[in-house]
Design a protein around this ligand. Sequence first.
Ligand code: NAD
Length: 331
Amino acid sequence: MSVGGGVENFRRRRALVTGGAGFLGSHLCDRLLGDGQEVLSADNFFTGTKENVNHLAGDSCFELLRHDVTFPLFVEVDEIFNFACPASPVQYQIDPVQTAKTSVQGAINMLGLAKRLGVPILQASTSEVYGDPQEHPQTEDYWGHVNPVGVRSCYDEGKRCAETLFFDYRRHLGLGIKVARIFNTYGPRMHPNDGRVVSNFIVAALQGEPLTLYGSGEQTRSFCYVDDLVDGIVRLMRTPGDVTGPINLGNPVEITVRELAEKVQEVTASRSEIQFAELPSDDPVRRCPDITRAQATLGWEPKMPLETGLRRTVDYFDDLLRRSAAGADSD
Ligand SMILES: NC(=O)c1ccc[n+]([C@@H]2O[C@H](COP(=O)([O-])OP(=O)(O)OC[C@H]3O[C@@H](n4cnc5c(N)ncnc54)[C@H](O)[C@@H]3O)[C@@H](O)[C@H]2O)c1
């Protein structure tokens, strides 16, 4: 506690970012620090890495804590961004029970912390709560079409249950909650081997390997650049207490996976061929957000053109692959 006057009375707003060493979480840490806040990142490094936040190591406003959100956490913060959870099917299916626990028990622990501190908490939910949707585009009022017993259920149902917990904490305890339903996001610091389509295509193209399309490649996706997404997240956290969401955050511009593969070929100037493989189980055919609510409530929409975002992501992977090749050569 400060006992002095003047400058000593100034205290930066302190945010807890769970999953802060992951792809989205690390960019969120960058943004919050850039906005003049203090940031405590709590991560068990299951899919995240210290490298993602290495550049913040010398920043006195940044702290990195190794912590698993399935266990309670007692810290003092002014707001909580709950991002901890593996997000790609390859990774969340490694230990599906732990994935469900991270979503559900992690939400309970972080909501408990928010309640104890009386601070707002934002949940990184997902478009996967819509499952394989039967309505297009998906509005927040759509309840979804989710297989409760499939291989993706640990993630989809875990995230749905987390949303339920958030809204029950709101209804019963008056907690300040915000729920963002995040659609496919891409950018630097994605994992090179996590099976997500953008990283898959870019890594394959840079290595001169074939780009694999599942099914016909006519399934659509919408891709939001990470800086745009993080901006939507911060705007949502800054809304008045009566704004809870859920709010879709994503890019409403739909493209087919085949078109994406062609764009990646173009941006990387790759001669990699396109090949086809069987569609994995429960893979949604179409996925596209209706962002009317985000536009009206947050004044938000994605700004980054796909080609520019892809170039930045390609530069990141190019550098990553060169460094890992150089590391392998020096062994
Ligand atoms: N990237 C996307 O397109 C996308 C889309 C929808 C939702 N989301 C959500 O956003 C969040 C972040 O996703 P991401 O793409 O950055 O994934 P990511 O795997 O890069 O990041 C998740 C982070 O959480 C950490 N983590 C996992 N389990 C944990 C646990 N039990 N305790 C503490 N930390 C744990 C990981 O180590 C990692 O750093 C996730 O909750 C995900 O569901 C992401």
